[in-house]
Design a binder for this molecule. Structure first.
Ligand code: SAM
Length: 252
């Protein structure tokens, strides 16, 4: 077992169940955002396939319960999922049909990753992993991606320049004496880009999802909020202020 707290976080059965049933339960905020993201990611893969004109090999790093991988595996020729948590991967096995699923730590076991993936996806990992591990994990992914034409598709689901920020400040203040263990991390678009650049990735496109505060989704205004977020999602003028940032990167 790893010594780092984020790596240990998704080992307990209760955390695994909460991830699928609460975080991604029917109608949850995260599910609504994924409904907006999924077609964008699918189109990125399809365009890449058309451009390369060869079978695509995908790695979904930190695949968790297979949420992303199950949606993307039909679009590629081979798909691997890797995660440090056996319990998360056990759920992924129930959702994925053809993906090869591996349990392990890419930092401790460099041989775990094959080389020359055409696409690597990494969702909901960068923001909450310990800062000192972000760069190390990205460097390992950089070694595993085909250069120069591979693609890294990575998200940061807590933009500090978004309307999520005031709620995070409030929760940090409220929990200052008695922390609940809630993940209250944030990263700015500039910091995320710098991190990617320092790890030898060049951002070639940036998308944004979710402009309005997630709390609105728990009010009678949820339909209106979902409509506004749907109309503003993508790579338009306001994506730098979106809560969930999606970066498409090429290896340098
Ligand atoms: C929030 S979940 C995201 C799962 C999936 N990518 C998704 O978006 O639904 C974060 C995942 O990162 C995994 N993780 C944490 N540290 C890791 C590491 N060092 N190597 C591989 N996976 C790790 C956890 O086990 C967990 O499954």
């Amino acid at each position: 077992m790893s010594t780092t707290s984020y790596s240990n976080r998704f080992q307990a059965p209760a955390e695994v169940a909460a991830y699928d049933l609460k975080e991604y339960g029917t109608g949850s905020y995260s599910s609504r955002i994924w409904e907006l993201q999924r077609p964008v990611v699918a189109e990125i893969l399809q365009r890449h396939q058309a451009e390369l004109r060869r079978p695509l090999a995908l790695l979904d790093f930190a695949c968790g319960t297979g949420r992303v991988l199950a949606g993307l595996e039909p679009l590629v020729d081979t798909a691997d999922g890797i995660d440090i948590s056996p319990a998360m991967v056990a759920v992924a096995r129930t959702k994925c049909v053809k993906a090869r699923l591996l349990v392990g730590d890419i930092l401790a076991q460099p041989d775990l990753l094959q080389k020359n993936y055409d696409v690597i996806t990494a969702f909901r990992f960068l923001l909450n992993v310990e800062p000192e591990l972000r760069r190390r994990a990205l460097r390992r992914l950089r070694e595993a991606i085909r250069a120069p034409d591979g693609l890294l598709v990575v998200n940061v689901h807590g933009n500090s320049r978004s309307l999520r920020h005031p709620a995070i400040v409030w929760r940090r203040w409220r929990e200052r004496a008695r922390p609940t263990g809630a993940m209250l991390n944030e990263l700015s678009p500039g910091a995320a880009r710098a991190l990617l650049r320092d790890s030898d990735f060049q951002v070639v496109r940036q998308f944004g999802f979710g402009i309005l505060p997630p709390t609105l989704y728990r009010t009678p205004l949820h339909g209106l909020a979902a409509g506004v977020d749907r109309s503003l999602a993508g790579d338009g003028w306001c994506n730098n202020w979106s809560i969930d940032l999606l970066f498409v990167c090429r290896p340098v």
